[in-house]
Design a protein around this ligand. Structure first.
Ligand code: NAD
Length: 298
């Protein structure tokens, strides 16, 4: 029985954060520019509050100027758009992130598209989506989760995925679709699957690279996976787990980790895989934005 490598996203993210911190200090020393990240949170969704706290803490530890704007759950659309307009025009801010999901009365699309493309460090603006789709990533912001997945895939398989079959499970705008664009750009042969795909397990069985971004606990099993495949688990599912005989809430991915580890070459765990990389890629995008505004390479 093979035992797959456990891809340590936490360690890789920490290593990347160190280099971002060094580059941030150099940007300050040489050009007097401190990357600025503004995070906007609307309402009191507990999971969003945890994510926003983590982003703020990581930004501060990288040496960024970090600001958080907290709006009430009943903030109006004009209130939010006015704040975004202020941040778009604030020279100390290089990255703007509006934490999703938004309260139901707000128009998420209009808010996301109001962020200046040059400060859209989440990569959700249509300008950045278009550039990514056109393979024009030199001055585009790529969404953080797929960007982090791609770095982990490159570590295992190199930059050129020619001849590799990649199957992305999930077609969301924030994970599945941009992930597929990145894999295509790296020369992989890409299949995007989703809830309407027939015989999903058979499609996945042809993949040298599997990316699961669905939101269904332990969906991908060993008998779906080609021996030697690299498996990236994006899913975050809150489930009841039994730890030392006690029932506790814990996190699990879309991949049955222990099972898939018996056939795959390398698998990301949940937690400790894609999640930490996502936050670090947000810092990488913000530093890149600060460098681009200073006329430096991204
Ligand atoms: P989403 O709900 O927008 O999209 C889910 C996708 O899964 C859809 O395209 C849907 O067609 C597909 N799907 C649903 N059921 C399916 C099935 N039975 N078979 C095949 N495909 C199916 O979700 P999302 O925003 O893309 O997120 C996906 C998962 O990744 C969630 O668990 C989310 O929490 C997690 N996530 C993690 C990170 C991270 O940083 N680790 C970031 C973003 C999302």
């Amino acid at each position: 029985m093979t035992v797959a490598k456990r891809i340590d996203g936490k360690a890789k993210a920490a290593e990347l954060a160190e280099s971002i911190t060094r580059d941030t200090a150099a940007l300050m020393d040489e050009h007097g520019i401190k990357p600025g990240l503004a995070v906007v949170i609307i309402g009191e969704d507990p999971a969003s509050q945890v994510y926003v706290r983590n982003k703020k803490r990581t930004a501060e530890s990288c040496g960024f100027h970090s600001v958080q704007h907290t709006l009430d759950a009943d903030a109006s659309q004009p209130d939010v758009l006015t704040l975004i307009d202020q941040l778009n025009n604030d020279n100390a801010i290089h990255g703007i992130l509006v934490q999703l999901p938004l309260p139901g009365h707000l128009d998420e699309q209009a808010i996301t598209q109001a962020i200046a493309p040059s400060k859209d460090v989440d990569g959700f603006h249509f300008v950045n989506i278009g550039k990514l789709t056109a393979g024009q990533t030199s001055d585009a912001f790529v969404p953080c989760t797929p960007a982090g997945c791609m770095l982990m895939i490159e570590d295992e398989l190199g930059n050129d995925l020619s001849g590799k079959n990649a199957v992305v499970i999930g077609r969301s705008n924030i994970v599945g679709k941009p992930m597929a664009s990145l894999l295509l750009q790296a020369n992989a042969t890409v299949t995007i699957t989703h809830s309407r795909t027939r015989d999903l397990s058979q499609v996945v069985a042809a993949a040298d690279i599997v990316i699961a971004a669905v939101g269904r606990p332990d969906m991908v099993k060993a008998d779906w996976v080609k021996p030697g495949a690299v498996v990236i688990d994006v899913g975050i599912n809150r489930v009841e787990k039994i730890v030392d005989g006690e029932s506790k809430m814990g996190l699990t991915g879309d991949v049955d980790f222990d099972d898939v580890c018996t056939v795959a070459a390398a698998v990301t765990p949940v937690p400790g895989g894609v999640g930490p990389m996502t936050i670090t890629m947000l810092m990488a995008n913000t530093l890149r934005s600060a460098r681009l505004t200073a006329g430096l390479d991204g």
